[in-house]
Design a protein around this ligand. Structure first.
Ligand SMILES: O=C(CO)COP(=O)(O)O
Ligand SMILES: [Zn+2]
Length: 211
């Protein structure tokens, strides 16, 4: 995808996510890999009103080389790119249900999203909870380094979800799946829920073409 097309895609997806209430105010940020480096949403920008010509441009080393000052969550985004060679986009939101899950004291920090439907297994996989750090703090980087080689998505404790994927579109789709699953998990909390069993999960993982 050309840099121009990627800029336009970031604006379109940002608007779509914001208008559907998936992140509020100036919360959340998007980034994507380009041939020369990265494009990211500017800090304190509203995802619903991005300007394609003012998006932040970073070189391969993450140095700000154009556009408005970048999201303060670059250490978070770059930790995914560093650990996942196939990652070409990172999406971070404060979506309500995934964030609610990130606040619960009794979720399994190694596996916060139970496999209740096939699509969360296919698109998202196991989601660990990463210990709380201040938004924008570089202290998140070693925590992501510890989990990102094996996980494309995480919940930042008491903060919100982060998803990486091989394209911006697939990162957004995975984020939407994560949010919808978190909603189902919370809707069915306290009920007797039938999870997918190990055989069903292995079958989904084997049939990676479904992804
Ligand atoms: O979600 C956010 C912080 O975690 C938003 O930060 P930015 O406005 O710097 O992108
Ligand atoms: Zn945030």
């Amino acid at each position: 995808m050309s840099e121009r097309a990627l800029r336009d895609a970031i604006v379109r997806w940002g608007k779509s996510l914001f208008e559907r209430g998936l992140t509020a105010g100036s919360s959340g940020n998007l980034s994507a890999r380009t041939e020369q480096g990265f494009i990211a949403t500017p800090t304190n920008s509203c995802l619903g009103f991005l300007d394609a010509d003012r998006l932040s441009i970073l070189d391969e080393e993450g140095k700000h080389v154009g556009g408005d000052p970048p999201t303060k969550e670059l250490p978070l985004h770059f930790a995914f790119y560093r650990n996942r060679p196939n990652a070409r986009a990172v999406v971070h939101l404060h979506s309500t249900y995934a964030t609610a899950l990130s606040c619960l004291a009794d979720v399994d920090p190694a596996d916060a999203v139970p496999p209740i439907t096939p699509y969360v297994v296919m698109r998202v996989g196991k989601v660990p909870v990463v210990a709380y750090t201040r938004p924008g703090s570089a202290e998140v980087a070693p925590l992501i380094d510890a989990v990102a080689p094996d996980h494309a998505a995480v919940l930042l404790q008491n903060h919100g979800p982060v998803v990486s994927a091989p394209s911006l579109e697939s990162a957004v789709f995975a984020m939407e799946e994560l949010e919808e699953t978190a909603k189902l998990v919370l809707l069915t909390r306290g009920m007797k829920v039938r999870l997918l069993d190990a055989g069903q999960i292995a079958d989904l993982e084997r049939n990676s073409k479904l992804r």
